[in-house]
Design a protein around this ligand. Sequence first.
Ligand code: ADP
Length: 255
Amino acid sequence: MGETIVNYSNIFKSFGEVDVLKGINLDVKPAEKVALIGPSGSGKTTIIRMLMTLEQPTSGTILVNGENLWQMEKKGQIVTADEHHLRSIRGDIGMVFQHFNLFPHMTILENCMLAPTIVKKEEKSEVEQQAVEMLEKVGLGNKIDLYPSQLSGGQKQRVAMARALMMKPKVMLFDEVTSALDPELVGEVLEVIRDLAKEGEMAMILVTHEMDFALDIADRILFLNDGVIEEEGSPEEILMKPKSERLQDFLARFN
Ligand code: ADP
C-alpha cells in the first residue's frame, strides 16, 4: 500500500444547509505533490483548511501520520482530541494563505522567529540563524529588518513561506498563494515553490489556478467539482486528456 502521510476518509462538510464536501477520499504520500484544481466554491480551500484544523469535518476521518486529527485515545477510550493533541499534529503541517497574514508590527525576521520561539521553545540565537537562512533561501536575505509594509506582495508571500518552513513541516499547504498578487509578481513566488518541490522531502497540497505550474510540479492533480473529486490522475492525464465534460469545460476557460 505504501506509506501515507495524510489520509482523508469519507469526508463530508456542511456549513448550515450547504453541503460543501460530499465524500472526499484522499491519500497523500510523503514527498508527494498534489494539486487541487476546480471552480470557485467547489470546496478546495475547505479541504486544506481542515488539515490545519481551521475547519472540522461534519463526518469522516482525517489522519496525519496515522493519527486521527479530531479524536484521541485516553485511558483506552476514544475521545474528542484536546488542544494539546491538535497542536502536536498541527506541528507537522505548514500553510501559506492567499493573503499573507504577516504580523505588521514585526520585522520579517521577527515574523519568521515567532512560532519556533513560542511553540517549540527553541534557543533564540539558533532560531534567528535559521530564520536568516530561511529568508536567504526565499531570496530576501538583504531585507530581514524591514517590515511587511515595506515589501511588495510577492516578497510578502515569500516571507510567509519562509515563516511556514521555520516549523519544518512534513506537509505544506498552499492556498491560491498567487491569486492576490499583481501578475508580474506571480513568477517569483512560483519559483520559490518550484525550488521547494525540487528539494523533494515535503509533501505539498496546492490549491492553484496556475495550470502550467501544476503541470510542472504536481505528481497528481485532483479536479474538484461541487464537493466531490470528479477526476484525478497525472498532470498529463488531467490537463491534456481530460475525460469528464465538466473538467473539459473547466480547462477550456484557461485557454
Ligand atoms: P473553493 O476553495 O473551491 O473556492 P471553498 O472551500 O472556499 O471553495 O468554499 C466552498 C463553499 O463553502 C462555498 O460555497 C463557500 O461559500 C462555503 N464556505 C466556505 N467556508 C464557509 C464558512 N466558514 N461558512 C459558510 N460557508 C462557507
